[in-house]
Ligand binder design. Structure first.
Ligand SMILES: N[C@@H](CCC(=O)N[C@@H](CS)C(=O)NCC(=O)O)C(=O)O
Length: 226
């Protein structure tokens, strides 16, 4: 199938452009990462609840019809973890990944547990399918949501009990796994998930939210917040 999307022109010195939505936890990850690194970006708000990501006339550039997407020097980047790794490679001064290969693998594994095992079961299109196509009740949909978040977080809690966790997911510096953890908890709170079984996860969540980089990336702090 022909792929006819075009990336908007962007000059070398222009700030990066981030396609974002205040409630998108994947975009929230990238907002935190950019704040931690002190990187400026121009936000382009895509109203997911109004379906703007599926509307070709709305300027959406991601062929996968998802946020986040980042434009850097005219290049389109998608997938929050790929974006964060790209930013880490291009702006290494404040690293999101540790140096040693085993430690890097650990942080990636924690991040992927959230981004690949928890989040896809609960994102907008999955929930809409439950409601719209399978006709489950609102109560059943919320039970689905809570089940997978609480189950996934229990696994995260177990992974964090390996002696390498500090104030944050890996040692005492916030990094990529923390960028994934905080949005997932924030999202879970909206659906009244139970967090009693994940004290380490919640301790890290609280520690992160003390930091300006996390506070400024929060959904409520976004100009498109409703
Ligand atoms: N794995 C992707 C997930 C992206 C994703 O699912 N984004 C959501 C918002 S958090 C979205 O755009 N959803 C639109 C939809 O589900 O239709 C990433 O990490 O960037």
């Amino acid at each position: 199938m022909p792929n006819n999307y075009t990336v908007p022109p962007c000059s070398k010195n222009q700030a990066m452009k981030l396609y974002t939505y205040f409630r998108s936890s994947a975009a929230y990850r990238v907002r935190i990462a950019m704040n931690l690194k002190g990187l400026d970006y121009e936000p382009e708000f895509i109203h997911l609840a109004k379906g703007k990501h599926n509307d070709d006339s709305s300027g959406v550039v991601n062929p996968a019809k998802l946020v986040p997407a980042l434009i850097d020097e005219g290049n389109l980047l998608t997938q929050s973890l790929a974006i964060m790794e790209y930013l880490d490679e291009t702006h290494p001064a404040v690293p999101l990944l540790p140096t040693a290969p085993l430690d890097r693998a650990r942080v990636r594994a924690l991040s992927l547990l959230i981004a690949c095992e928890i989040h896809p079961l609960n994102n907008l299109r999955a929930l809409k399918y439950l409601n719209g196509v399978l006709k489950v009740t609102e109560e059943q949909k919320n039970a689905w949501y809570r089940h997978w978040v609480e189950d996934g977080l229990a696994k995260l809690e177990a992974m964090l009990a390996d002696g390498k966790t500090g104030a944050f997911c890996h040692g005492n510096t916030p990094g990529m796994a923390d960028c994934c953890l905080v949005p997932q908890i924030a999202n879970g709170k909206r659906f009244d998930c139970n967090f009693d079984h994940v004290p380490t996860v919640m301790r890290i969540y609280e520690a992160c939210n003390e930091l300006e980089a996390f506070k400024n990336a929060a959904p409520a702090s976004q100009p498109d917040a409703e």
